[in-house]
Design a protein around this ligand. Structure first.
Ligand code: IFM
Length: 443
């Protein structure tokens, strides 16, 4: 059915705060997500990641489950606060040991570890100093990178500096829907720059500590399509493409920040210092893409009657996140990353869907909608590869149902169901299918 090149990486992904639990155990410090979720009203139903999937205590069995699924790679993130509880300075050996043992167990099962250094759980002490909005964070991130890569760089080859910096900056500092819950556009813009600068400064550190490292950054990329051919809708699509996609892609390849977005934000970006843009444009080995859906951009300041009629209509297949299922968008974004931005390699570091799953009377979880979602997106990956786009791997989001940030546990993305009361894991039919596909294409 699909054709994938030899060596294609087949994986699944998670993130520390979403699965680990053990929020204050073994010397771990408080993160912004601990603080945010413990603040009443911030997360749906008052859910927290205090226990989550209890992976911190169950990682051994979880690795066994990955092996049974036939995964070839596992993408997970490090909790900065386990390793450096005060954000910088004192190293917590128990935190290092946890990840070190996990890496050893994965390697023993021939599962390649893919480590994300930052997936949103900033130490609260660093937030108290201004967090990503403050330039001090860059040195702290470089120190953290150095500590982690010195400890794991002898065994971990694949490194992702940041997960979705747009979300960290804009959802956390402008929209207030994520930790730290601020609503300040200027903080979001400064935060974006400091995130990218942290990435750029940490890439050489990773390379120094890890021979033959494969280093990249993961972006959430959402193709933007004008709702009609009108100029107003095209302008709207250009704007949303700019502030979600180009604002991160362009500086990474040395094009600087897109001027339309800088002007539109009305922020002079005076925090940019000489040399910053060169640092950000450090060559990477790959870009990671987290793809879920497209956006259809409709001009807000023009009434429907005055605008041209819509020609691009949202499909009626919608996930529980209210995201349209649109596999073609993945194909389009992959082409753009290669033909326009010329990244040397591309990995899908997340792709998946939330649907309301039920455990049936036989203890099974049948999730045909998720299976179909993954299958159709993989078909797009396969087609992109055949159109010469260098896509090298695919990580389903997510291995487990987990803490979906502001939505708490109400959204299930896993190919493995988690009963949060008993912590029982049940492989869903999508997980069994994915496992079979991996086996077939690897054969
Ligand atoms: O759960 C998140 C993940 O942490 C980052 N990318 C999007 C996923 C689904 O919302």
């Amino acid at each position: 059915m699909f054709q994938f090149p030899k060596g294609f990486v087949w994986g699944a992904a998670t993130a520390s705060y979403q699965i680990e639990g053990a929020w204050d155990e073994d010397g771990k410090g408080e993160s912004i997500w601990d603080r945010f979720s413990h603040t009443p009203g911030c997360v749906q139903d008052g859910d927290t990641g205090d226990i989550a999937c209890d992976h911190y205590h169950r990682w051994h069995d979880d690795v066994k489950l990955m092996k049974d699924l036939g995964l070839k790679a596992y993408r997970f993130s490090i909790a900065w606060t386990r390793v450096l509880p005060e954000g910088r300075g004192r190293v917590n050996q128990m935190g290092i040991d946890f990840y070190s043992q996990l890496v050893d167990a994965l390697l023993a099962e021939k599962i390649e570890p893919w480590v994300t250094l930052y997936h949103w759980d900033l130490p609260q002490v660093l937030q108290d100093e201004g967090g990503w909005a403050s330039r001090m964070i860059v040195d702290a991130f470089v120190e953290y990178t150095d500590v982690v890569t010195r400890a794991l760089g002898d065994r971990v080859k694949n490194w992702i500096t940041l997960n979705e910096p747009w979300v960290s900056a804009f959802v956390g500092y402008r929209d207030g829907r994520h930790a730290p819950g601020h609503t300040n556009l200027n903080e979001a813009i400064a935060g974006s720059h400091h995130l990218l600068l942290s990435h750029g400064r940490s890439v050489p550190v990773i390379r120094a500590n890890c021979a033959n490292a494969n280093v990249g950054i993961t972006l959430n990329l959402t193709p933007q399509e004008p709702a009609s051919p009108s100029m107003a809708d095209r302008k709207a699509a250009t704007w949303t493409d700019g502030y979600i996609n180009r604002f991160f892609l362009d500086p990474l390849v040395g094009r600087g920040y897109p001027q339309d977005i800088v002007n539109g934000h009305g922020n002079a970006m005076e925090f940019i210092q000489p040399g910053d843009m060169e640092v950000i444009a450090v060559p990477v080995d790959f870009v990671g893409v987290n793809y879920y859906t497209r956006n259809i951009a409709r001009a807000e300041n023009v009434s429907e009657a005055e605008n041209e009629p819509r020609t691009v209509i949202r499909g009626d297949e919608i996930t529980e996140m209210d995201w349209e299922v649109y596999p073609k968008g993945l194909y389009n974004i992959l082409g753009r990353l290669y033909f326009d931005y010329a990244f040397p390699a591309i990995y899908i570091t997340e792709n998946g869907a939330a649907f309301p799953d039920e455990v049936d009377a036989d203890g099974q979880v049948d999730d045909p909608a998720r299976l179909s979602y993954i299958k159709r997106h993989l078909e797009m990956v396969s087609q992109a590869i055949h159109a010469d786009v260098p896509v090298k791997g695919y990580f389903v989001w997510s291995l487990f149902d987990n803490f979906e940030w502001g939505f708490g546990f109400s959204k299930r993305f896993g190919i493995v169901h988690v009963d949060y009361k008993t912590q029982k894991r049940t492989v869903k039919s999508s997980g069994r299918w994915y496992s079979r596909i991996i086996g077939e294409v690897m054969a």
